[in-house]
Design a protein. Structure first.
Length: 76
């Protein structure tokens, strides 16, 4: 039985997060910080490792930080 989380390139993860309103804030070393500010809600911050490929488990944690399901993330 396979994981529902795909292994994706960091550029693909960033592109998909930007569709949900996340914007680049800063980068330190090989990790970039993206944020989403929504009026009346707490700011969501996501740290993306800018490596060639992001593992399934790292993607899982990124989506938890972003408040997104894997289905939402993959279908937008």
């Amino acid at each position: 039985m396979g994981s529902k989380y795909p292994a994706l390139k960091s550029s693909e993860v960033v592109k998909r997060l930007m569709r949900f309103g996340f914007v680049f804030l800063s980068q330190k070393g090989s990790h970039a910080k993206y944020v989403k500010k929504t009026v009346g809600l707490p700011t969501k911050t996501v740290i993306i490792p800018m490596h060639d490929e992001i593992s399934k488990w790292t993607l899982r944690n990124i989506l938890l930080q972003a408040g997104l399901t894997v289905e939402e993330f993959m279908n937008k």
